[in-house]
Design a protein around this ligand. Structure first.
Ligand SMILES: NC(=O)c1ccc[n+]([C@@H]2O[C@H](COP(=O)([O-])OP(=O)(O)OC[C@H]3O[C@@H](n4cnc5c(N)ncnc54)[C@H](OP(=O)(O)O)[C@@H]3O)[C@@H](O)[C@H]2O)c1
Length: 299
């Protein structure tokens, strides 16, 4: 069994990642089943024609086992959106939990409840892999440069985009151990802004850089413990957040650039970016733990 937890899983990129992960795992399980069935047929044919002294071959598996099933946990503020996304995840067992990630004081108790719930769901199953996709994020103030910030809004921004992110990561590392996950994988949905500054992106860039560095540190701390981290920049996506960028950004040159990218269909479809991330996650050795990988550079 695999357990995949996606923050901001009710809509946008988070929902696309949940759908792609469940679909890719189901496809892999179906392929494994088909291969096993073919092997079983070949074994039966070989056994029928073999001499009585032929060595017995191991019994091939004809149906998927629990090790190939996926439990997807969707977190976000809007329960109706989470439930609607869960209804689309027909290939997975779903758990949804409404949580406002700006509420960092109450987040530990919400996560403790979730842990209890999850322990019941995975009970009796071997968890081959637990994945946290720390995807939830917000733009913050992109209408102003830093000198014109409403500084009163800064704590709420960093609570949600950095503090809650770190709280979730710490909780997940312990959760993975509690449920006996053989491998723990943490994904930061990052941005080009984490590694390249542009004007008007002050809090957003600072938050993403902090997240990247936290995951680079975890990669070092947990290197010997079957923990991988990945900072994935998904590219400029064709979605609600990009619509907000086009309408809110204070920099005319960037507004023109993003508007042209939208009009010329140059924005990245969420399914494509989510699919690339899932491919990275399901392909052993495809990324260096702790690294920053951009959609445009990922194979
Ligand atoms: N769109 C882009 O072009 C782009 C480019 C690079 C990186 N990214 C990153 O990709 C990630 C996903 O963004 P998106 O493009 O899918 O944008 P989006 O449609 O605005 O989604 C943001 C997600 O974050 C969740 N969220 C926001 N505030 C929250 C809060 N207080 N508590 C809990 N959840 C909250 C939302 O869920 P609820 O509304 O249900 O709470 C939603 O699922 C973000 O980290 C973003 O920075 C996006």
């Amino acid at each position: 069994m695999q357990v995949v937890i996606v923050t901001g899983g009710g809509k946008g990129l988070g929902k696309a990642i949940a759908l792609e992960y469940a679909a890719a795992t189901a496809t892999a399980a179906a392929a494994a089943t088909a291969t096993a069935a073919a092997a079983a047929t070949a074994t039966a044919a070989a056994t029928a024609t073999a001499t009585p002294t032929a060595t017995a071959t191991p019994t091939a598996r004809a149906t998927p086992t629990a090790s190939e099933s996926v439990v997807v946990v969707l977190l976000g503020r809007e329960l109706s959106a989470l439930s609607a996304a869960a209804a689309e995840l027909t290939q997975a067992t779903c758990v949804v939990k409404a949580v406002d990630l700006t509420q960092v004081r109450t987040l530990p108790s919400v996560l403790a409840e979730l842990e209890t719930e999850l322990a019941g769901v995975v009970l009796g199953n071997a968890v081959t892999r637990a994945v946290l996709v720390n995807n939830a994020g917000s733009l913050g103030d992109i209408a102003h440069t830093v000198q014109d910030y409403d500084v009163g809004a800064l704590p709420a921004y960093f609570d949600m985009n950095v503090t809650a992110f770190a709280q979730l990561s710490s909780w997940f590392l312990k959760l993975g151990k509690t449920i006996g996950a053989q491998q723990r994988v943490l994904v930061n949905v990052s941005s080009l802004l984490a590694v390249q500054p542009f004007p008007y992106w002050g809090v957003y860039a600072a938050g993403k850089a902090a997240r990247d560095q936290l995951y680079a540190v975890i990669a070092k701390e947990e290197e010997a413990n079957s923990v991988l981290t990945l900072n994935y920049a998904p590219g400029p996506l064709d979605n609600d957040m990009q619509l907000a960028v086009r309408s809110q950004i204070g920099d005319v040159a960037q507004r023109t650039y993003y508007t042209a990218a939208f009009n010329d269909s140059k924005l990245v479809p969420m399914k494509d970016s989510a699919g690339k991330l899932v491919h990275l996650l399901l392909t052993p050795g495809s990324f260096t733990s702790g690294s920053h990988v951009d959609f445009y550079d990922a194979k």
